[in-house]
Design a protein around this ligand. Sequence first.
Ligand code: AMP
Ligand code: MG
Length: 494
Amino acid sequence: MHTLETLPFDNAFARMPASFYTRLAPEPLPRPYLVAASTEVARLIGLDPAELARPDFPQFFAGNQPLPGSDPLAAVYSGHQFGVWAGQLGDGRAHLLGEVAGPDSGWEIQLKGAGQTPYSRFADGRAVLRSSIREYLCSEAMAGLGIPTTRALCVVGSSAPVRRETIETAAVVTRLAPSFIRFGSFEHWRVLRRMDELRQLADHVIERFRPECRAAANPYDALLRDVGRRTGELIAHWQAVGFMHGVMNTDNMSILGLTLDYGPFGFMDAFDAGHICNHSDADGRYSYQSQPQIGHWNLYALGRALAPLIGDQAAVQAAIEESYAPAFERHFMDLTRAKLGFAQALPGDEDFVGETFALLQSQHPDYTQFFRQLSRLPSQAEGTSRVAADAPVRDLFIDRAAADAWIALWRARLGAEGRADAERQAGMRAVNPKYILRNWIAESAIRAARAGDYSEVAAVHDCLCRPFDEQPEYERFAAPPPDWAEGLSVSCSS
Ligand code: AMP
Ligand code: MG
């Protein structure tokens, strides 16, 4: 186990040519204090969890005190934002401290909100407490759900004022990922026609993370296929759990297929396929139902960037078409079958899943509760006992007859497998979370934190690390939005 002073840094990205980044130190913040820290994430980098309690711990993760062995830098990238080419962006408020060799793999450590960089454009390089808590909680909630994601080690706050719609206070969230390289990192070099850098970046990703691509006739083609498959699986997982990213710009798309850059994200409460979680996204470009198409669009942006390395446009198109949609569809069907309690793939499943989502769309039950409660229903129920047995699901519907008709079809489909109820129900509980990071839950933790009480952030974090377990002490976090949360909205402002 390491102390903060002995973390074994080996900064591969910092050894790339200087054109990929600007070296610079974080800008200190006054009187940093600890809001939250994860012992589980500390263990990923071999950091002794006792270190989190050190009085000077916040100094390191506010950017006030350098970690020995780190080599801070901000990386350059570009990207498409809301479907429009945005030109150069880059780490405008992120400092990559370096890469630590963890017990199982390497982890890059990044401070988000530690001050301006050459890529800040007109912005202040800061992040507010509210959005830093949201990123921290959601990264770890996604990890708990088994969804590929960047991780979060800690949140450190400061009294420094930050101007958004109102004056808020600054915070820094420390994020970890094997790499923070984005689709937009490749678009950057393609648009500048800098083929050497384009190739170096692709080689870096292949060498470090996807060595199996080297064996392919064209390693870059293999890389694009790998990204296509992983992105398809990632978005299938988002759809299955009801997660909406909110800003699927190409600069927020991870080349490793991780959920990256938590801003105005949301989880589905009452099901509505058209739901837009980002208040700033008036057209709904990134609505729930649009996410799969946007993933496809974003892969074309990446494909155009990689085209000079792959060859002709037809090869790029084949790489995307043969990877993304098939992976998305297969994974989404597999996940949804498991959510419904089906162990086998049978003919007609696509139709049944379609009917299920049509029912959810017409009735708008709470999405998470619907699947979780479904795990409680027996596979057989007749007569008057049926109404009582089905109550957990029926009660989520206004149109009980519609619920009954669907449940009858579901039972018929279960009957085709004849699995024992106990086994099926345990399987359903293991894939249908009881606890998700609903907006109202994040908001109540943020309100408490603003008042100086960080225990609610810790409680939400603790609960969401085990989202599939019954946790009676956290029953309150399983509830759909209370009345006070009616008008909550989240925007790009963070
Ligand atoms: P986002 O859509 O939040 O991922 O950010 C898009 C771009 O704006 C990235 O280059 C960010 O680094 C940059 N950015 C966002 N907020 C700030 C800020 N407060 N200060 C500096 N740069 C920012
Ligand atoms: Mg971003």
